[in-house]
Every structure is written in structure tokens, then in C-alpha cells.
Write a protein that binds this ligand. Structure first.
Ligand SMILES: Nc1ncnc2c1ncn2[C@@H]1O[C@H](COP(=O)(O)OP(=O)(O)O)[C@@H](O)[C@H]1O
Ligand SMILES: [Mg+2]
Length: 299
């Protein structure tokens, strides 16, 4: 893999996106909280129209990693590059301005407000001028409906309170919102963790829809069965360190699961999954997602 060498950009110079640079790159990146080394030595690339998965158990450093990329915590070691420019983001606003949007599990929605209102929250459209200025409700409703439909989300009524939607549907609205507001990179922090099998399948579809719209997607999960069918590359974290970074062509679902579980623990896990009946069910939903998406090679 070609590592971009021409990275450090003089702060005084105007910056332009470098030819051939990745949308986002981490080079030997890490984060210390005082004496605690939460993340170290991470290399990763994110590109438009691709899904990069970050896998790891609790405490692996997944949230730390996305906090760096989303501008919530500055990295303390290594390099963070956006379109070839070495950056230190100091706030989520700075990340947003550079086209990096994050969808967190605990979505910041106002449950009693209609879907369209949440879709435009903080970026409301208005009409008229001065004292005659008012919210352009009709246009916001229309755009919300259209954008959701374009992502394949058919909600009968964008006027219903968003709190009435399922967790999966809310994730999907958040993804459509990021796409509409021009995100180049979309970070999804464990969007399927709290969801059932079927709803997870729905969210996985919209991850692919966002990818097909040309976004670089970072999908954080601890479930290799969710990551594998939608991912183009896989970063595996364990106790704050990278234990592997693979392109899809170089790893199978079984190998990914084995890496995650860690050799000896795998036997036990497979057995457990079998007993729970979760393994086969998961696979069935994932196959369904794959069937819909012709350019994901079926494994
Ligand atoms: N703000 C913080 N201060 C100190 N340590 C932290 C902080 N955030 C995370 N950590 C530590 O960093 C490690 C990685 O945590 P985290 O990134 O939340 O992992 P994950 O999201 O994969 O569960 C953990 O050991 C955690 O205790
Ligand atoms: Mg976390």
C-alpha cells in the first residue's frame, strides 16, 4: 500500500487537496490521556466510495479512534491527514467543516419533533426577509422526503415524531442527513450494537447506500458478521493497538472472526453462537444484504 510521503503542509500556506491522497489517513497515530495510552501505532486509510471497518472488543480503542477523526479529542502521537494535509482537529465543528460527520449510537434527536424537523435541526431553511422571515416548512418536508427516498428509506409521513421510529430507522435518517449536508466521510459508531438482527440488516443496507453515494464510510462494530459483508478494509484493534489491517481480498469472514476472538477463544465462541442460533440467523440477514448489492462479492 502506498503511503503518502508528502504530508506536512506549511500552516501559513494555502492548502489544497493533494493529488492521489486518501480522504483520511492515520499514520502511527495514538492518543494519551495523561499516563494512559488509549491508542497507539494506528495506520488506516479511508477513501470515497469505500467502507473501512474498525473492529475490536470493549476497551480496544474504537471510540478513542473515532473521537480523533471526529474532532472531539486531539491525537497526541503520529499523524492525522485529511486529503493529504496533516491536521489537528480541535472540535467537531472543525471536522464537520472538512466534511467529516459522525453518527453516534445515542443520536442527538429531539424525540417529539417531526422527522423533517430533526433532519434540518440546526440548519433550518427559511423564506422571506427581515420581520417576514419564517421557516420554510413545506420545502423542508419535501427535501426530507426526497432525500430519504433517494437512500431507499420510504417513511410514509415525515411529520411523525422521530421518537416513533425504530432505532434502525433513526440511524438511517441520521445517515441520510449527513449525505444531504455534504459529508465526505461518515463515521458510524456501533450503529448496529443495540439492534436486532433484522434492523441491523436495514442499517447495513444504508451503509452501502452511503458508500454508493461516494462517501468514505468508517463503520465501527464489534461484530465481524456485520463488518465483513459491507467492508472494503478492516482495522482490528485490541487493547489500544492495531493487531491487523486487511483488505477484503486478503481475509475471509472466518479469519476475521478468528482474529477478533483470538485463536483458542474461537472454538468456544462458535459453539456459543451455535447454541444461541445467532450465527446462522446473522448469516441469513447478511446474505440478504449481499444479494441486493451486486458489487459486493458473495463469500
Ligand atoms: N477520557 C479518557 N481518559 C482516560 N482513559 C480513557 C479515556 N477514554 C478512553 N480511555 C481508555 O482508553 C481505552 C480505550 O477505550 P475506548 O476507546 O473507549 O475503547 P472502545 O470504544 O473500543 O471500547 C480504555 O482502556 C479506556 O479506559
Ligand atoms: Mg466505544
Amino acid at each position: 500500500m502506498a503511503i503518502n510521503q508528502a504530508t506536512a503542509t506549511d500552516a501559513q500556506q494555502p492548502v489544497s487537496a493533494e493529488q492521489g491522497a486518501h480522504l483520511i489517513s492515520l499514520r502511527d497515530a495514538g492518543k494519551r490521556y495523561g499516563n494512559i495510552l488509549a491508542l497507539q501505532g494506528v495506520d488506516m486509510d479511508v477513501d470515497p466510495g469505500r467502507v473501512t471497518c474498525v473492529l475490536g472488543d470493549n476497551g480496544a480503542g474504537k471510540s478513542t479512534l473515532i473521537k480523533i477523526i471526529a474532532g472531539r479529542h486531539e491525537h497526541t502521537d503520529g499523524e492525522f491527514l485529511i486529503e493529504g494535509e496533516s491536521v489537528h482537529l480541535r472540535s467537531p465543528r472543525e471536522a464537520l467543516e472538512r466534511g467529516i460527520a459522525a453518527v453516534y449510537q445515542d443520536l442527538a434527536v429531539v424525540p417529539l419533533m417531526p422527522i423533517w424537523r430533526n433532519f434540518f435541526l440546526g440548519s433550518e431553511l427559511t423564506k422571506g426577509f427581515g420581520p417576514f422571515k419564517s421557516l420554510d416548512v413545506e420545502q423542508m418536508k419535501e427535501i426530507t422526503k426526497k432525500e430519504l427516498l433517494d437512500m431507499g428509506i420510504d417513511l410514509r409521513d415525515v411529520d411523525q415524531p422521530i421518537g416513533q421510529l425504530s432505532g434502525g430507522e433513526r440511524q438511517c435518517v441520521a445517515i441520510a442527513r449527513a449525505v444531504y449536508f455534504g459529508a465526505k466521510a461518515l463515521i458510524l459508531d456501533e450503529p448496529t450494537a443495540a439492534l436486532g438482527v433484522k434492523q441491523s440488516g436495514v442499517v447495513l443496507r444504508y451503509i452501502l447506500a452511503a458508500r454508493d453515494r461516494g462517501l468514505g464510510v468508517i463503520f465501527i462494530t464489534h461484530n465481524p458478521h456485520h463488518a465483513f459483508p459491507v467492508g472494503d478494509s478492516f482495522l482490528l484493534l485490541k487493547r489500544g493497538k492495531s493487531i491487523g489491517y486487511y483488505d477484503k481480498a486478503d481475509i475471509t469472514l472466518d479469519e476475521l472472526t478468528a482474529q477478533m476472538a483470538g485463536g483458542a477463544e474461537l472454538e468456544e465462541l462458535a459453539h456459543e453462537l451455535e447454541q444461541l442460533g445467532g450465527y446462522t440467523q446473522d448469516i441469513a440477514v447478511i446474505r440478504e444484504v449481499e444479494d441486493d448489492i451486486p458489487d459486493v462479492p458473495a463469500k
